[in-house]
Structures are given as structure tokens and as C-alpha cells.
Ligand binder design. Sequence first.
Ligand SMILES: [Cu+2]
Length: 110
Amino acid sequence: MTLTRRNVLTAAAALPLAATMATRARAASHEVTIRNFRFTPATLAVAPGDTVTFTNRDGALHSATSTQAGLFDTGALQAGQSALVTVDFRGDAAYFCKFHPRMTGSLSSS
Ligand SMILES: [Cu+2]
């Protein structure tokens, strides 16, 4: 991935993209593992159109839920379950586990 300075956003809130906005020709697939009540990696650089698969490797229920309402939410993931999130925003999107709110991570989309 190539990042240029002019693409770096400083705004705190992520910006949803319009459906018609062009994305990269090749989307990347990313993985976030949830284990020992942590998201790994906790911070991840992505781009619009990419996918992020969240997989729960704990016995406890977890979720990956954006702090900004409506951006993304895996819903409850049981042990061994995965959910795919398609990145449709730019900027930094913080997320947390709604069952264990001290579990946090972020997707940085540019
Ligand atoms: Cu959790």
C-alpha cells in the first residue's frame, strides 16, 4: 500500500463513502484475530474496498463494533466464528467489543 501525505486525514471521525465513489482496483484482505481479550493487530491500515475478517479465538463472546454508530458491527461472534467487514469509509474508525468495552482497536482507512 502506498500512503501519501495528502491522503492522511486528521479528522477524528471516519467519513462514509458514497456508493458511487471509486475504490482501488484491487482490494486487499486483512485478518484480525480476537484472542485473550485482545484484537490483533489492534491497529490496521486499510483502504476503501478492502475486507477485514474478524475471527474470535476465545471461548467468550466478542464483537468488533465501531464507536461511530453505523460504520460497522460484526455482531456477537461465538468461539471460532468469523465476520467479514468491507471497508466503506475513509479516516480512522475506532472500534470496541460491546461485551468487553475495554477491548479496543482501530481501522485506519486511506
Ligand atoms: Cu469481548
